[in-house]
Design a protein around this ligand. Structure first.
Ligand SMILES: [Cu+2]
Length: 445
């Protein structure tokens, strides 16, 4: 009722709304100087749809609309929200309760500070925890950005080929592997957000004991209707023939002078991914070198080549599922980092060498809440995974070793060749595999 009468008598109400000088610039280019050189009158607040800025004799006043109304630039008055187009990137948050958690229009989780949404965080979720509508939007954005002839295609190609070019320059070795790929996921996410600012990278937890990693059921990543499509078809060079990235419907990025192989996205599922208990055992290593080695070889390298085909070549990043897999690997680093400050800042501050293809030291990527560009990221825990972890959490290392788990398939020869793993490292990997699971399955190829 108050809002309605205010709407009808907006200028009367405006006289009652809170107003104050802009203090320090709050990160935008406005601030106390917003009104310098401007004619007296009302202006759109670049940071806030629920208010506006009044300039009077070059003095800046920030004004709030009556509760629930937004400032309509066209009429110069506060108006019903449905009549107002609030520009992208504009903070819609005023009206938020001080200290409360709110989401901005790009889906970032923010804190309300002084009527503004601040400390906004991108929340990366497990792909299968998304609703069907969210899955569709996620994949539609990927399709839009990757579309041949689309406005983002050139930038996308450049990003994908970067991984191909840099493949053997250290980005798959201890000193750069996890931070470089953390940065790479961020570049991918930033590109997708140009098409849809609500996009965040999603991860795929392949370790769920309750689910076959390569099933194509409606819950799974590999579903043709709500996911990334299924396995490649052997009689057609392992091309993927269903789902959004199927042959004929989607164009995979190839490098200049591509190595022999089909242009379609290919997959060749084989073996079984490590189980949740195996993942927990790797997370339980407190020594960075052991943790990183287990994460990179037994979890990362292995699953790359279990998806197989495109994902088991230097062109792996051209497979859309590359970012699902790497986001999970990145989440596992984050899980490990959360164990203590010593874990968080382990090893990388000592690497005095820029990451290949960047002018950033690996240490710049350590803090997920302060990524390059001031981006803050969090991985949302995945419920089924959390439950298993909670069940296993109370176990001592020896009890954990005895806890039942699905046997996984060991590292394949293809993976050993792709990642140029030395004979000495292969020996260590075999020991680790046996230690994680005495029933480790011998890989076929
Ligand atoms: Cu890689």
């Amino acid at each position: 009722m108050i809002a309605l009468s205010c709407f009808l008598l907006s200028f009367v109400c405006l006289a009652h709304s809170r107003s104050y000088y802009y203090g320090q610039s709050n990160g935008g280019n406005q601030g106390a100087r917003f009104c310098y050189g401007k004619a007296n009158g009302n202006y759109r607040d670049p940071d806030n749809c629920y208010g506006f800025i009044t300039c009077s004799n070059s003095i800046t006043y920030k004004m709030n609309c009556p509760s629930g109304l937004k400032y309509n630039e066209r009429t110069g008055r506060c108006d019903w929200p449905q009549n107002v187009q609030c520009g992208r990137g504009v903070n819609e948050g005023t009206g938020c309760r001080e200290g409360s958690t709110s989401y901005d229009e790009c889906g970032q989780r923010c804190i309300c500070v002084g009527g503004q949404l601040q400390n906004c965080v991108r929340i990366r979720k497990e792909f299968t925890s998304l609703t069907d509508a969210e899955r569709k939007r996620h994949i539609d954005t990927i399709l839009e950005v990757t579309a041949e002839g689309g406005i983002y295609r050139a930038e996308y190609e450049e990003l994908i080929n970067e991984h191909y070019e840099l493949f053997s320059t250290g980005i798959h070795e201890k000193r750069h592997f996890i931070p470089w790929h953390r940065y790479y996921i961020l570049q991918y996410e930033n590109l997708m957000r140009k098409a849809d600012c609500t996009f965040t990278a999603t991860y795929w937890d392949w370790s769920l004991d309750s689910r076959e990693p390569f099933s194509t059921g409606p819950d799974n990543v590999w579903n043709k209707d709500t996911g990334f499509g299924g396995n490649g078809v052997g009689t057609d060079q392992n091309c993927v023939l269903d789902g959004p990235f199927r042959k004929g419907a989607w164009s995979r990025v190839r490098p200049d002078n591509p190595p022999p192989g089909p242009d379609c996205l290919t997959r060749s599922f084989s073996g079984t991914a490590p189980a949740e208990a195996d993942v927990m055992e790797v997370l339980n290593f407190d020594d960075f070198t052991m943790f990183e080695f287990g994460l990179r070889s037994t979890l990362h390298d292995n699953v790359h080549c279990q998806i197989g085909a495109t994902m088991c070549t230097r062109e792996a990043a051209s497979a859309p599922e590359f970012f699902l897999h790497h986001s999970f690997i990145d989440k596992l680093w984050d899980d490990w980092q959360k164990k203590s400050m010593a874990h968080k800042y382990a090893y990388f501050p000592m690497v005095q060498e820029d990451m290949p293809g960047t002018d950033l030291r690996p240490a710049r990527l350590i803090d997920l809440s302060n990524q390059p560009g001031g981006v803050s990221v969090e991985y949302e825990p995945f419920k089924p995974e959390e439950e298993i972890r909670a069940n296993l959490a109370g176990l001592s290392p020896s009890q954990l070793r005895l806890s039942p788990r699905r046997p996984f398939t060991g590292l394949s020869q293809q993976a050993i060749r792709l990642f140029k793993i030395s004979a000495a490292d292969v020996k260590e990997i075999r020991v680790l595999e046996k230690w994680l699971n005495p029933n480790v399955i011998e890989p076929k190829n």
